[in-house]
Write a protein that binds this ligand. Structure first.
Ligand code: PMP
Length: 364
């Protein structure tokens, strides 16, 4: 079936597909945003109109994730990558140590940045098994004295995901960039959650940080202001000009997800969509192989390879011709990665599964 506006099925790992309805609303409001007589990109961030936009975005996000009132929500810039440094700069006191669970490439980057700032220790590294699994945190040497334990709930490159909220005694810091809003989470399990917007929330440029208030007390006195959680919280994320456009579009996405039934509905949809693709892999009799162990399979990034790697180029060429875009895997994993964030339609997964079966028939 032709897609609206002749759009392709966009399997990009991020920035990724946004809901068509949201993009249409952006278009509608491009020149006159919500009766203000101007675009959101031209609007003072100190205006009552923008205050209303950022206020609604925060309250809708709080509703979606049932964020307790003891947590601050910050709308920051610098991408999730800046959080790799801001987390230890704010939460890792001198003389203290933090523990990192490394289940893929992003967790590795997080700990490398942590080690620049202080004593950041790796307590699990899935590298030896080529990042195919996630550990049971209960089986790791988590130390109660750790300043925090860092996890990445979904590793975007390898396509491995924790199936449910991890839980540990020290404050849990979580990079949720590629699975936030894809299922209900118990926010109180976490000390801090961070996520770049450009997968499940909106355009790049915005990073959301959800942080338990008492942890803000840890921020050292002398910090570069822009990197200081406490200062950002005190200023309502408006210490400087926030990424107004990204906040606005993300706010529209939050409303859209609420309309669709919230994160529980997203979880159901994600299970169905990823199920279609994993069934296509598992039903291929070994023509395709999934990268992740079954228990750690990501619902957001489905990674798989061909038994015969020499066919990879042909697969991708045919896929592009069939309007299945952005399927090439990361060079460290090879093969293919189908990123199917919240806004990606089920129909696209069915079309890809059909293409996979047809390709296998032609080359098997
Ligand atoms: N963490 C994860 C899990 C990611 O997928 C990404 C980006 N793909 C990042 C961190 C880095 O995000 P950013 O580009 O916003 O810095």
């Amino acid at each position: 079936m032709p897609q609206p506006y002749d759009r392709v099925f966009n399997f990009s790992a991020g920035p990724g597909t946004l809901p068509v309805e949201v993009l249409e609303q952006c278009r509608e409001e491009m020149l006159n945003c919500q009766g203000s007589g101007m675009s959101v990109m031209e609007m003072s961030h100190r205006s009552s109109e923008f205050e209303a936009i950022i206020g609604a975005a925060e309250s809708d996000l709080r509703d979606l994730l049932a964020i307790p009132s003891t947590y601050k929500v910050l709308f920051l810039q610098g991408g999730a990558s800046l959080q790799f440094s801001m987390v230890p700069m704010n939460l890792l006191p001198e003389g203290g140590f933090a523990q990192y669970v490394v289940t893929g490439a992003w967790g590795k980057k997080a700990v490398e940045s942590g080690q620049i700032e202080g004593d950041a220790r790796v307590i699990f590294d899935g590298k030896t098994s080529n990042y195919k699994s996630v550990p049971d945190l209960g089986s790791l040497a988590v130390e109660p004295a750790a300043a925090y334990v860092h996890v990445t709930t979904n590793e975007t490159i390898q396509g491995v995901e924790f199936a449910s909220d991890p839980s540990v005694a020290p404050p849990l810091v979580c990079d949720m960039s590629s699975d936030i809003l894809s299922r209900p989470v118990t926010v109180s399990n976490y000390g801090l959650i961070y996520a770049g917007a450009q997968k499940n929330m909106g355009p790049a440029g915005l990073t959301v940080v959800i942080v338990r208030e008492d942890l803000l007390e840890r921020t050292p006195k002398s910090m570069p202001p822009m990197l200081d959680y406490r200062l950002q919280a005190k200023n309502g994320s408006m210490y400087n000009t926030p990424p107004c456009w990204s906040v606005y579009v993300s706010g529209l996405v939050y409303k859209h997800v609420k309309k669709l039934g919230g994160v529980a509905a997203m979880a159901q949809k994600s299970a169905e969509k990823s199920g279609v693709l994993y069934d296509a892999v598992d039903g291929s009799g070994g023509f395709y192989n999934g990268h992740a162990e079954k228990s750690a399979r990501s619902r957001m990034n489905v990674t798989f390879t061909l038994q015969d790697d020499s066919l990879t180029g042909d697969f991708l060429k045919g896929a592009e011709e069939a309007k299945l875009s952005g399927l090439h895997g990361h060079r460290s994993v090879g093969g293919f990665r189908a990123s199917i964030y919240n806004a990606f339609p089920l129909e696209g997964c069915k079309v890809l599964a059909g293409y996979m079966a047809d390709f296998a028939k032609r080359h098997g």
